[in-house]
Design a protein around this ligand. Structure first.
Ligand SMILES: [Zn+2]
Length: 171
């Protein structure tokens, strides 16, 4: 084996040891905090390829009056535009809240490589809580999933956002 081949194998091994799920989730949580400051429900999403960020987004529903303005949907669209293709098999999606049915459908359509989320969403989750869309054997793409990454931070953000909003409304 050549020296450069050995070095690149070592690099790949090191890259596998890095927990990109947690690192990228921290970035997604920052995006969620920024969204909360703009009055949006704090959800952030990152699309990355082995740690290289391809796209990132947060909820824009309030600002844009857009019913489909969910962080992960916007990040998928942005990733497709930036790579110039809709097929995102080599990409990972990291989002702070379990994707809803709409976003889970978009992930399957994008042939996303892997999905990682923070807090479960018992009211609208489409990956585990209400539906298991990305695991449905009838669909032609089933990405591996991992939930619960920095889940308490994510649910804490959501809780304090809704508490503050309720307080504001009752004033
Ligand atoms: Zn959604």
């Amino acid at each position: 084996m050549t020296v450069s081949k050995r070095a690149s194998r070592r690099r790949r091994r090191r890259a596998r040891l890095i927990d990109w799920d947690r690192i990228m989730m921290k970035r997604a949580l920052d995006l969620a905090r920024e969204a909360a400051a703009r009055g949006e429900v704090p959800v952030g999403a990152v699309v990355h390829r082995d740690g290289e960020i391809i796209a990132e987004a947060a909820n824009t529903r309030e600002h844009d009056g857009d019913p489909v303005g969910h962080a992960e949907l916007l990040a998928l669209q942005q990733a497709g535009r930036s790579l110039g293709r809709w097929r995102l098999t080599d990409c990972n999606l990291v989002v702070t809240l379990e994707p809803c049915a709409m976003c889970a459908g978009a992930m399957v359509n994008a042939r996303i490589g892997r999905v990682v989320w923070g807090a479960d969403d018992p009211k609208a989750g489409g990956c585990r809580s209400l539906y298991e869309i990305p695991a449905d054997p009838r669909l032609n793409h089933r990405p591996p999933m991992r939930g619960g990454v920095h889940a308490t931070v994510s649910s804490g953000l959501l809780r304090s956002f809704f508490q503050a909003r309720r307080k504001k409304k009752s004033c």
